[in-house]
Design a protein around this ligand. Structure first.
Ligand SMILES: Nc1ncnc2c1ncn2[C@@H]1O[C@H](COP(=O)(O)OP(=O)(O)O)[C@@H](O)[C@H]1O
Ligand SMILES: [Mg+2]
Ligand SMILES: [Zn+2]
Length: 469
């Protein structure tokens, strides 16, 4: 038997085999059993989650000699009907699969319009499955619109798309819509376990979960990665072998590196990074793994402990690092890492950028978020405001900040040497003069200016008072 990739070999053949799409499957089965057949169906959802498979099952359900039925003939049925057999073989003349991506023009749709005037060669329905339908041109959509509004009675359209928002509302409103979902990690892992049993392969549960998580909800991606793992596993799928062959960095190493950063130990952190790179880790992978690591810490802070989400047992994550950082710092670390990942391919020196990032992680606990800085500034401002109003309680209305015309003060630099003044200078020197303490952000700069304005108002008023006496 020729080699067939697992994804194709394992294509679901019944509605019940569509993992994670229970709602779609139940609704479709129901309407088939009640004889409610639509002119057009629209399947939307992420790639590799069962849209094309469902379209083919629906085609069989509609054309099966027993049907329309939610239970068309199965592949190995002794008494399989010719209609189902043809669809399994992929050579039915009345089920046409069209790739919207390569047949995008109005002429392609015109051809369909002419064809559908002819009744099906055999069986009940002629079925058009148009994949990636969002790729059709505007003219093609318009041409199609008329057809799905008043199709000949025995034509059914099944559209599939990964980008629902690109399908015009006029088309959408004429279709029965079904939203396919990302398949949960547990379900993908269970599918993979099935394959292992079927193939007589031994696999560690952790390894299957790793593959399932990596494929982020796409069954096709999971099967593809699974095939790659099989190719080097020699019948025994192990997580440590996957790590070694695919250059994945284990949780222990990530803990070690993050602990060095949390302790602010630059030289140890650089040392571990160097060791990882020397042992063959790729910078991209290291950055993605670190990003995933800090993201997981953030999830743990939020109270999430499920291993299927974190990818490891909660107890495996360093308590030292968790204790050191709060959620705001962890979120920032994630941001820095994701940003670096996006920029890496443009970088002239990825290693240099990685080391800069490690250095930033080493003083992560000293980082202050713009929101935190904003609220401190607001606090100072309120304090000064209340101070200012307390001072002006007994002064004449003419003594307003800036109204210094008759006081002999030029209004810029107050000449008194009071306590407030030195604080003002101190404030300026600390927060506006030196750039290393403060995040550069116009709003913050403005906030600090506001504080100083209020502050100088107070000083000027106090000086006026003194001069007046
Ligand atoms: N819901 C699912 N349950 C089980 N296997 C699935 C599912 N979705 C996709 N697959 C696997 O992925 C392959 C591709 O699925 P397909 O239906 O073509 O996805 P889509 O059209 O949504 O991109 C299938 O052959 C099957 O092996
Ligand atoms: Mg598809
Ligand atoms: Zn049949």
């Amino acid at each position: 038997m020729p080699y067939e990739v697992t994804a194709n070999r394992r294509r679901p053949k019944t509605f019940d085999e569509l993992a994670g799409q229970e709602f779609v499957a139940a609704t479709l089965k129901n309407s088939l059993d009640n004889g409610q057949i639509a002119n057009a169906y629209l399947f939307s959802g992420p790639r590799g989650c069962g849209k094309t498979s469902a379209a083919r099952i629906l085609a069989r359900a509609l054309r099966c000699e027993k049907g329309p039925t939610s239970n068309p003939c199965e592949k190995n049925d002794e008494a399989i009907c010719p209609q189902c057999q043809e669809i399994f073989n992929g050579n039915s003349m009345d089920v046409l699969e069209i790739d919207g991506a390569s047949n995008t023009g109005v002429n392609d749709v015109r051809q369909i319009k002419e064809e559908i005037l002819f009744p099906p060669g055999t069986g009940r329905y002629k079925i058009y499955i148009i994949d990636e339908v969002h790729m059709l041109s505007n003219n093609a959509f318009n041409a199609l619109l008329k057809t799905i509004e008043e199709p000949p009675p025995n034509v059914v359209f099944i559209f599939a798309t990964t980008e629902l928002q690109k399908v015009p509302a006029t088309i959408r409103s004429r279709c029965q819509q079904f939203n396919f979902r990302l398949v949960p990690t547990e379900k993908i892992a269970a599918l993979l376990l099935d394959v292992c049993v079927e193939m007589g392969i031994h696999a560690e549960e952790e390894a299957l979960f790793w593959i399932a998580r990596e494929s982020t909800g796409s069954c096709r991606d999971a099967y593809t990665l699974f095939d790659q793992v099989i190719s080097f596993s020699e019948g025994n799928i192990r997580i440590d072998l996957i790590r070694e062959k695919l250059g994945i960095i284990g949780l222990e190493k990530l803990n070690e590196l993050a602990e060095a950063c949390a302790a602010g130990d630059f030289s140890l952190a650089f040392g571990i990074t160097d060791e990882l790179l020397a042992s063959g880790a790729v910078i991209d992978t290291l950055v993605t793994n670190l990003a995933g690591y800090f993201h997981n810490l953030l999830l743990i802070k939020a109270g999430i402990s499920r291993e299927t989400i974190l990818g490891d047992n909660v107890s495996g994550f360093s308590k030292k690092v968790l204790d050191k950082y709060d959620a705001v710092r962890l979120e920032h670390a994630g941001e820095l890492l994701f940003e670096l990942y996006r920029n890496l391919r443009y970088s002239i020196s990825p290693r240099f950028e990685l080391e800069t990032l490690i250095s930033k992680l080493c003083w992560l606990d000293k980082w202050i978020s713009p929101a935190e800085l904003g609220s401190s500034v607001e606090g100072v401002r309120n304090l000064l405001n209340s101070h200012a109003s307390a001072n002006t309680m007994n002064t004449a209305p003419a003594n307003i900040a800036g109204n210094t015309g008759n006081s002999g003060n030029d209004g810029n630099a107050p000449d008194g040497e009071g306590e407030n003044l030195s604080f003002s200078e101190e404030f300026r020197r600390r927060h506006m003069g030196s750039s290393d303490n403060i995040a550069h952000n116009d709003e913050i700069d403005q906030g600090v200016k506001n504080v100083l304005d209020v502050f100088e108002g107070t000083i000027i008023e106090e000086n006026i008072e003194e001069n007046d006496e």
